[in-house]
Design a binder for this molecule. Structure first.
Ligand SMILES: Nc1ncnc2c1ncn2[C@@H]1O[C@H](COP(=O)(O)OP(=O)(O)OP(=O)(O)O)[C@@H](O)[C@H]1O
Ligand SMILES: [Mg+2]
Length: 473
């Protein structure tokens, strides 16, 4: 989906500066031609950023970067060459035999009419003018070279990464000689903080510190109650035409697979919505903290998401109090009279959330947009029912809906909202965008699994366990 947001390929060269783009091009060239000469960036280099002698050939490389989408690449590049005319003539006099222009601009491929073919025609003219063969590396040429380059080279330019490449960098790139580690630092700190918070089973937000979530968790069943009504074509698993609600087996297993981006999870009080959301987030975080795969084998192993996301678990109660002008992350919420926030977008709140969970590293709404544009993110908004006042709830739901609408331009975001069954006609997130699933009651089999997990966690076995099972039944 990187294409949707940038109109370009996998690498976001716009995010590199002019100098870093030149460094990247030099590194790509040096990777295939170790004897190429790369001139320091930012010096006056007389129109040659890199040069290379190959037998009788003397090749000049000149880099042209732009941060803007170019409406007419042919005239932009022709103008760029004309600007270099004096330099090119001098270089030819000094013995240059080939001229290569490297650009971040994307060409179009339509034969004859596309910018790539049209520029080739221009280059033939320039060749006659300057008396030197000319060639262009388009954006797609650079994409191909970056694809083929070693991982360390990509990581040195992490600013241009998005999606899968950026995820790999986040997970494995700790030692990388990265130019800019800020986002990685922040996100990894947030993940680690929430990993700790969510590792224990909680009861009413309070940790039962003795019990690890992984030891007790059972995956409760769920059914799909409704599909988002804006579906244009049926998604996999929607073939039962809305008659019986579709059985989704385990809720966690289903949501980890996530083939729909927005889900409303409904469950009775205490049925396990918060625990489910903790578990889901932990499965995603485990991949980033390299905790995955080590302990887990066999049929009881926890699910591993194929595409691990940056998981952020939010209590909607906190969002509501933040909207009311309080700081839900401060130790002492203060008693001073607070004013309702006017700029209450979820991105703003997430920025406050990241700052609080990132050990004070700065995060702004722009950081959140950057995160959503470049990384797969899972946002879980837990406990819509805990927003007590109907007016605040209306506002919260509005903000959720418009956040979801904006998420369509995100790289690959998943949004889950949990709530109790709605008795009093309170507003809920848009049925156009969200599918709704409902947790089902524990089967006797699951109940038994749960009992055994619980007994093991408490070291109950032998006759005590038999006794417990009897009372339980
Ligand atoms: N899937 C599960 N596996 C193991 N234990 C669970 C599971 N779900 C819930 N529990 C147990 O039930 C308790 C209550 O669950 P939880 O707080 O997640 O429910 P909830 O649906 O969020 O309730 P509420 O509507 O009050 O927010 C947990 O503290 C935990 O002990
Ligand atoms: Mg809950």
């Amino acid at each position: 989906m990187a294409d949707a947001s940038t109109g370009q390929g996998n690498y976001l060269y716009e995010r590199l500066t002019e100098k870093n783009f030149q460094r990247l091009c030099a590194a790509l060239l040096a990777h295939v031609h170790p004897d190429a000469r790369c001139y320091p960036v930012g010096h006056s280099d007389g129109g040659r950023d890199m040069t290379r002698i190959d037998g009788t050939e003397a090749v000049i490389y000149q880099v042209k970067w732009t941060s803007k989408a170019t409406q007419n690449p042919v005239s932009w590049l022709s103008a760029a060459i004309k600007e270099e005319a004096d330099n090119i003539r001098r270089l030819v006099r000094d013995g240059a035999t080939r001229y290569v222009l490297i650009t971040s601009v994307a060409g179009t491929a339509v034969p004859g009419r596309g910018s790539m073919d049209r520029l080739d025609a221009e280059l033939t003219r320039f060749k006659r003018d300057f008396n030197i063969p000319m060639q262009l590396w388009w954006r797609s040429d650079i994409d191909a070279r970056v694809d083929a380059a070693p991982t360390e080279l990509k990581w040195a330019y992490s600013d241009m990464l998005a999606g899968h490449d950026l995820v790999r960098y986040f997970i494995h790139g700790a030692q990388a000689a990265a130019q800019d580690q800020e986002l990685r630092n922040l996100v990894m700190k947030v993940i680690a903080t929430q990993w700790e918070e969510d590792s224990k089973v909680k009861f009413k937000q309070v940790e039962l510190t003795t019990h690890n979530l992984d030891d007790l968790f059972v995956d409760v069943g769920a059914t799909r109650v409704s599909e988002p009504s804006n579906l244009r074509r049926p998604l996999p698993g929607t073939l039962n035409l809305g008659q019986d609600p579709a059985d989704l087996a385990g809720a966690a297993r289903y949501l980890i697979r996530a083939d729909r981006p927005f889900t409303l999870v409904r469950g009775e009080p205490g049925q396990g919505k918060s625990t489910l959301s903790q578990y889901l987030c932990q499965r995603h975080r485990a991949a980033y903290l390299n905790e995955a795969d080590e302990s887990a084998t066999g049929p009881a192993a926890p699910e591993h998401p194929a595409d691990p996301r940056i998981a952020l678990r939010i209590d909607l109660h906190d969002y509501a109090s933040w909207l009311a002008g309080q700081d839900p992350f401060a130790d002492d919420m203060g008693t001073a009279k607070k004013r309702l926030r006017r700029d209450g977008q979820l991105e703003q709140f997430l920025a406050a959330f990241l700052t609080a969970h990132g050990g004070g590293l700065p995060a702004e709404a722009a950081t959140v947009h950057d995160l959503l544009d470049r990384l797969p993110v899972l946002v879980v908004l837990d406990g819509l029912d805990e927003v007590a006042s109907p007016t605040t709830r209306k506002r919260v739901v509005n903000e959720i809906d418009s956040f979801a609408a904006r998420l369509r331009t995100a790289l690959n975001a998943q949004l889950i909202v949990t709530t109790r069954p709605n008795a009093s006609e309170l507003t809920e997130p848009s049925e156009t965008l969200f599918e709704t699933i409902a947790l089902t009651r524990l089967t006797p089999e699951l109940r038994n699994t749960y009992l055994h997990k619980w007994a093991r966690a408490r070291d109950i076995s032998g006759p005590d366990l038999v006794e417990l099972e009897r009372t339980f039944r």
